[in-house]
Design a protein around this ligand. Structure first.
Ligand code: NAG
Ligand code: NAG
Ligand code: NAG
Ligand code: NAG
Ligand code: NAG
Length: 629
């Protein structure tokens, strides 16, 4: 890569930079400025419990307390220059980090940490709804903590006190911004999720927008901006598109801002000239920033056109103190607010209580989920298949076994060094265990993987259509495929390249940077330090969305499912039957695929194996026995 543009060297502030005591110091890097405007937004989504920040990755090492301080300074800036700042969060706040998952009951510390951020619009995600406990926690904690801001446009809950079905929160929120007096009509949607526990009811978006309250809300003429926040992707989403069309059909000239989530990517989508959507990645890596200028309610008397065309801008902030100091114009002394510091301290105390830094063992090297090809020595999936699952399975039976797991069961990379209690939750927060089907004819079993990976002549989607006649197998939706496969790699748009290893998703961007970069110019030569690897997002507004200028990272596509063959005879021709052992989570797909292959099994044929250990337990057991520190 060639960076022949000006290079900016920024002096590092000495001293302890990060708020969690064990967090690494962020690395200096050239930054693009926030495109501040009339109405400014900070947006988070899919934080999944990472409110303590990333303790093994300097680039994302700021915590929720730092975010509180940051928002405070930007709010103050807005008050000083007469603009506005609003904060939004679009769900999946839970599941995926020890800070949430390791406590009993789960989330014991999370709600008290989270609630200190002042949020103007907050919505539920699907992860709040898998368990009855977690949706009840929304009812008992998050909704009351954010009484005015919580919006649930298409979600009802059986009130745990009365047993009656009711909206989880208000269906919409109309309010006026503090400094600019911008009149906002905000909604809070969840995609058409079907995997929730039976104490909540998700109403399909397409049905919700036909309801009277929604039709009336979008016909309100005293609105300067519609906001559609929600746990819904902004691009390629039939739900977002349907909402957009509905609003546009009632209001052809009112600007619309979407704040989305769920797919864990940085993304910015243009719906039309005055309607844009922002998605802020995952796991507290990204604080999304959007600004809208040219809003207002002085229309021409004929109401033909707004006075000027509103202008939308976006930026993806890498969540580390280096970025947060620069964007707020503060330094290590002036940045932390009292409240931010207190929240960081309470996160620290909770982590200590939960013993999250306790090491089961030490990883001898880095293992990657998407950053290494599969199969390969540095692939976490190869490690799982050849070592963890094989070793564990051998211990339980001498029969030939096929061990199958969905790659989505692995959520994150493993870094060289201590593999802690926290690591187990980051890598695999799932509580599901393993199930076994005994003596399955091998001629059917050997075709399973191909079917699950959509590689055969018959696609999983076709199996799903067939499954409509087999109701006992549960609900299948195309969205379910997303749950099977791992979350998208953390960069937005991809160029596909065919290499000798197969299809490789690679971002080959050569960055242009210049005007909008923060800091002083040190020279015009080549960088004296290589750029750190990180997000290099391409979205509907181009290539300049990321605040930090990074070298691109290669990402490799991985299959839906992987399989280990354990205790197989040297000649597979002799193999009549095998045991199939699989992650409980994919049971419905396994049974469906077998049925498709002519072998009818039901849940009554299934037994628990690995002594009922969860996926997380299997990992920590193996690490404890094999990776001494
Ligand atoms: C679910 O909630 C109940 C009641 O608060 C609690 O006793 C139980 O431990 C919770 N379960 C989990 C797994 O957190
Ligand atoms: C949810 O399922 C449980 C157990 O299957 C059942 O006891 C309960 O009545 C169901 N609740 C609702 C609201 O359907
Ligand atoms: C931080 O900024 C304040 C106010 O601008 C200044 O007085 C102080 O010296 C700075 N501290 C450091 C460590 O740079
Ligand atoms: C922060 O904690 C200190 C010590 O507990 C307390 O005195 C102070 O009021 C807290 N400040 C805020 C803003 O919560
Ligand atoms: C093998 O299984 C036994 C119990 O059946 C368990 O105590 C032991 O830890 C297991 N060993 C491995 C390597 O998983």
């Amino acid at each position: 890569m060639i960076f022949d543009n000006l290079w900016l060297s920024i002096a590092l502030v000495p001293g302890v930079l990060a708020s969690q005591p064990s967090a690494p110091e962020p690395v200096e890097a050239p930054l693009r400025k926030l495109p501040w405007g009339q109405l400014n937004w900070l947006a988070t989504t899919d934080t999944h419990g990472w409110h303590g920040g990333h303790l093994q990755e300097p680039q994302y090492s700021a915590d929720w307390g730092d975010y509180i301080s940051f928002a405070h300074h930007l709010r103050q800036r807005a008050d000083e220059d007469g603009s506005d700042l609003l904060v939004v969060d679009t769900g999946d706040r839970v599941e995926g980090n020890g800070l949430y998952d390791a406590s009993n009951p789960k989330g014991h510390y999370t709600f008290d940490v989270f609630k200190h951020q002042k949020i103007d619009i907050i919505t539920p995600g699907n992860h709040e709804l898998y368990k009855q406990n977690s949706s009840n926690n929304e009812f008992y904690h998050t909704v009351p903590n954010y009484k005015d801001a919580y919006i649930a446009s298409n979600l009802d809950i059986y009130n745990p006190k009365t047993g009656k079905l009711q909206p989880l929160a208000q269906r919409y929120r109309k309010f006026t911004t503090k400094n600019q007096g911008i009149r906002i009509m905000a909604f809070g949607f969840l995609f058409n999720f079907q995997g929730n526990a039976n104490n909540t009811v998700v109403q399909r978006v397409e049905d919700t927008i036909k309801e009277m309250w929604f039709k009336e809300a979008i016909q309100d003429k005293d609105v300067d901006l519609f906001v559609v926040a929600g746990h819904v992707p902004v691009s390629d989403s039939h739900e977002s598109d349907a909402i957009f069309k509905a609003i546009r059909s009632a209001n052809w000239d009112t600007p619309i801002a979407f704040f989305g989530g769920h797919t864990h990517i940085r993304d910015y989508h243009k719906f039309d000239k005055i309607a844009y959507g922002l998605e802020s990645g995952r796991y507290m890596e990204t604080i999304g920033f959007m600004s809208i200028s040219g809003l207002g309610h002085e229309k021409t008397s004929s109401d033909i056109a707004p006075l000027k065309t509103p202008e939308f801008k976006r930026r993806y902030i890498d969540n580390n103190l280096y970025s947060l100091y620069r964007h707020s114009g503060k330094n290590e002394t002036t940045f932390p607010t009292d409240l931010g510091r207190n929240v960081s301290a309470s996160i620290s105390a909770a982590r200590k209580q939960l013993n999250l830094d306790h090491a089961y063992g030490c990883a001898p090297r880095d293992y990657w989920l998407n950053r290494a090809p599969y199969p390969s020595e540095s692939s976490i999936l190869t490690w799982l298949e050849n070592e963890v699952l094989t070793d564990t399975a051998k211990n339980y039976t001498k029969h030939p076994q096929l061990i199958i797991t969905n790659t989505g069961a692995m959520r994150f990379d493993i870094f060289k060094g201590p593999f802690t209690i926290d690591t187990t939750f980051l890598v695999s927060p799932f509580t599901s265990g393993f199930h076994r089907l005994k003596n399955v004819p091998y001629k059917a079993a050997k075709q399973l993987l191909q079917l699950l990976n959509n590689e055969g002549k018959i696609m999983l989607s076709e199996m799903m259509v067939m499954s409509a006649v087999h109701r006992d197998l549960g609900k299948f939706t195309p969205r379910a495929l997303y749950e099977l496969a791992p979350p998208n790699p953390p960069v937005s748009r991809w160029t596909q390249q065919t290499t000798q290893d197969g299809i490789e998703l690679i971002d080959t961007l050569h960055r242009e940077f210049g005007q909008e970069v923060l800091g002083e110019t040190a020279g015009h030569g080549k960088p004296d330090k290589p750029l750190s690897p990180g997000y290099t997002t391409i979205d509907d507004a181009g290539k300049d969305g990321d605040d930090t200028i990074h070298a691109p990272i290669r990402f490799y596509d991985v299959p839906n499912c992987i399989q280990a063959e354990v205790s197989f005879p040297s000649d597979k021709k002799d193999l009549e039957t095998v045991d199939i052992v699989y992650n409980e989570f994919i049971e419905r797909w396994i049974l469906l695929a077998l049925r498709f292959l002519g072998e009818s099994y039901g849940v009554e044929d299934v037994e628990t194996t690995f002594d009922g250990m969860s996926f997380t337990d299997v990992l920590s057991e193996w690490v404890h026995k094999n990776w001494a520190c």
